[in-house]
Design a protein around this ligand. Structure first.
Ligand SMILES: *[C@@H]1O[C@H](CO)[C@@H](O)[C@H](O)[C@H]1NC(C)=O
Ligand SMILES: *[C@@H]1O[C@H](CO)[C@@H](O)[C@H](O)[C@H]1NC(C)=O
Ligand SMILES: *[C@@H]1O[C@H](CO)[C@@H](O)[C@H](O)[C@H]1NC(C)=O
Ligand SMILES: *[C@@H]1O[C@H](CO)[C@@H](O)[C@H](O)[C@H]1NC(C)=O
Ligand SMILES: *[C@@H]1O[C@H](CO)[C@@H](O)[C@H](O)[C@H]1NC(C)=O
Ligand SMILES: *[C@@H]1O[C@H](CO)[C@@H](O)[C@H](O)[C@H]1NC(C)=O
Ligand SMILES: [Cu+2]
Length: 584
């Protein structure tokens, strides 16, 4: 630590005379001007987490620039059909990545290029992996959405995904093929970079999911044809493990040493669950919302909807012992069979030296709503022009029940449910200069490169549910949200440094106003991240700067080969199963 301090002093040059060494969150904020000037002049360490490399720090706008030419980091993922007993309840049929749940932690640094070879070892399913929240600037063909940005990976085949890490922070990756991520095709991804608060150690990712005892594809069929809502999960898993309702299984242990500060990367990887979390006796500092660094704030609980991430720093400064990491349900919108048992949901924060025992601690009462956090201020401020308001693009959410198809329940946007064609992904049509995207593509075009667009997601169905809305290819700026119908005015909207992230919750029965600039040529889906709702068609596609896509994305050999391989597998007369849902 001494060394880091010295190098910071030296590198600050004459500024060091002022004796300013940003050490904690509050100082960091007040020193942001200084940080701009010292950009790159210091080394990242426990007391200098704002630093990164020459020309890059926590003050850098990662939408504007990323470190050039980092390392190339390669991973091999193999997806197979197997069983797992994650919570002691018994074996369950799943599809896993490299035989593990969750799959391997993929880790690279800001500016690196990730090369990930995904092999489909399934017999009777396609696949395709989406790197959630990754901007894919100029690499839309690697976004991993079957029927949109690629043909699915056929059984026995491999696809290579290549993308540059222009952002840093925490995310996850998952199959975007039908209901497959619910079957277990999920892992986490860390891109190392600077941070808005200091910590001693990085404990890595802590994915939290709901867990069903029945196979996901069976449940998906039930969800598609249920008039009373989807089936309930049976348990949760924290980092892949949990106790079950009968007391079998085991809690995940987060090990800490008294006197140290730890970064923990919380991720909701669920199918259909909104969580609230807390650490007994340990208020914590929140430093990101999704990939976006925020002005740090201290809280004692957090709401995490599906797909959302929060990086937090906890200070292990209590009496050495065992403390609950509590997980609670947003019961206003989700539920779980485990809630009727008296099993505590969560994991154990375990101090070294303490006995191996379950905690007896008490903590805060967790909230039960399904609302997003409201105090998320991006550390690097950006502004949305108010001139986007008059041209807001309305997306009306409704639902449809088709009695002729055994009460098939679908969600519609402007009257159309999305159903992709795995053999003819939208990107293929675009690259062939075609215009016919099919009747169920929900394509919205953004023609003016570089301009801001505002999208107005408006509930029009009487089914008043909150939906975690996720956008690919961008972080959106949350300009407004509310219950009821937006009146079109700017009253109550935020244009000056609004929260930006890649998942935001549409309030039950209400609206969401999302802005982003058309600065990433490609085809990007925006969908509800409740897996059943995505299967039921709750999604749209944004066709951005159509004429520039071919030039922006470069090599499409892998894309073309993938479509040839899929076409040889999935052809008339050769469907082991049919596509029964949206396909994503
Ligand atoms: C998984 O294995 C089962 C049993 O062998 C088989 O019936 C099923 O088709 C396989 N599923 C996939 C997706 O390969
Ligand atoms: C969760 O498990 C992964 C994989 O073993 C590990 O890298 C990570 O550190 C664990 N998370 C925490 C918070 O302990
Ligand atoms: C945490 O400590 C326990 C012993 O109390 C040990 O069994 C476990 O492997 C440790 N976990 C990690 C992730 O180091
Ligand atoms: C423990 O750490 C928290 C967060 O940094 C701080 O607010 C609190 O005062 C500390 N408590 C003690 C007993 O040092
Ligand atoms: C698409 O809609 C048009 C107009 O309603 C209809 O004529 C056509 O058959 C539809 N195409 C498909 C493939 O369903
Ligand atoms: C994928 O595999 C699952 C499990 O074997 C099966 O239920 C489903 O129908 C398959 N889907 C397709 C489209 O092949
Ligand atoms: Cu939804």
């Amino acid at each position: 630590m001494l060394l880091q301090r010295i190098s910071l002093w030296l590198s600050l040059g004459s500024l060091s005379l002022a004796g300013v060494i940003p050490r904690d969150a509050a100082q960091l904020e007040s020193n942001s001007v200084l940080l701009e000037r010292q950009d790159g002049a210091c080394t990242n360490g426990p007391l200098t987490r704002q630093c990164w490399s020459s020309g890059f720090s926590i003050s850098t706008d990662f939408d504007a620039k990323a470190p050039p030419a980092g390392k190339t980091v390669t991973y091999d993922l193999d997806i197979s059909n197997t069983t797992i007993n994650a919570d002691g309840h018994g074996d369950k049929p799943v599809m896993l990545i490299n035989g593990k749940y969750p799959g391997p932690v993929i880790r690279a640094s800001w500016g690196d290029t990730l090369v990930i070879n995904v092999h489909n070892s399934l017999q009777d399913n396609g696949t395709g992996i989406h790197w959630h929240g990754v901007r894919q600037l100029g690499s839309c063909q690697h976004d991993g959405v079957p029927g949109v940005t690629e043909c699915p990976i056929a059984p026995g085949k491999t696809r290579q995904y290549v993308f540059k890490c222009t952002q840093f922070g925490t995310t996850w990756y998952h199959s975007h093929w039908s209901a497959q991520y619910g079957a277990g095709v999920v892992g986490t991804l860390i891109i190392d970079g600077p941070a808005t608060a200091n910590y001693d150690f990085d404990l890595g990712t802590l994915p939290i999911t709901d867990w069903y005892y029945k196979p996901a594809f069976e449940l998906n069929e039930q969800a598609l044809h249920s008039l009373t809502g989807p089936p309930l999960p049976d348990n949760i898993l924290v980092n892949g493990t949990h106790k079950n309702a009968n007391g079998g299984g085991s809690y995940y242990k987060i090990n800490v040493t008294k006197g140290k500060k730890y970064r923990i990367r919380l991720i909701n990887t669920a199918v259909d669950s909104h969580f609230h979390v807390s650490f007994d006796g340990h208020p914590f500092t929140v430093i990101t919302s999704d990939f976006v660094p925020i002005k740090p704030y201290v809280t004692d609980q957090l709401a995490i909807n599906i797909g959302q991430r929060y990086d937090v720093v906890i200070n292990a400064n209590q009496t050495a012992g065992n403390y609950w990491f509590r997980v609670g349900y947003g019961t206003a919108c989700s539920n779980n069979n485990i809630l009727s048992s008296n099993i505590q949901l969560g994991a154990i924060l375990h101090y070294s030296g303490a006995p191996d025992a379950e905690p007896t601690t008490s903590g805060v009462t967790l909230k039960t709503d399904c609302d997003d956090e409201t105090t998320l201020t991006p550390f690097v401020p950006n502004t949305v022009p108010t001139s986007v308001v008059p041209s807001a693009g309305e997306l009306d959410l409704n639902h449809n029940i088709d009695a002729a198809q055994n009460n098939l329940f679908t969600w519609t946007i402007d009257g159309t449910t999305q159903i992709v064609n795995w053999n003819q992904p939208t990107l293929k049509t675009i690259l062939n200069a075609g215009n016919d995207f099919g009747n169920n593509s929900n394509v919205h075009e953004m023609t003016t490169s570089g301009s801001w667009y505002l999208w107005w997601v408006q509930t029009t169905t009487f089914i008043a549910l909150p939906h975690p809305i996720h956008l690919h290819g961008h972080d959106f700026y949350i300009v407004g949200k509310g219950s009821g119908t937006w009146d079109g005015s700017t009253t109550g909207l935020t244009f000056n440094n609004p929260t930006r992230r890649d998942v935001a919750t549409l309030p039950a029965g209400g609206y969401l106003l999302l802005a982003f600039p058309a600065d990433n040529p490609g085809i990007w889906v925006m969908h509800c991240h409740i897996a059943w709702h995505a299967s039921q068609g709750l999604s749209v596609q944004f066709l951005e700067s159509r004429g520039s896509i071919g030039g922006a994305i470069g090599n499409v050999d892998g894309f073309n080969q993938g479509c040839t391989e899929w076409g040889n597998y999935w052809k008339p007369g050769n469907h082991p199963y049919e596509q029964t849902d949206s396909g994503i």
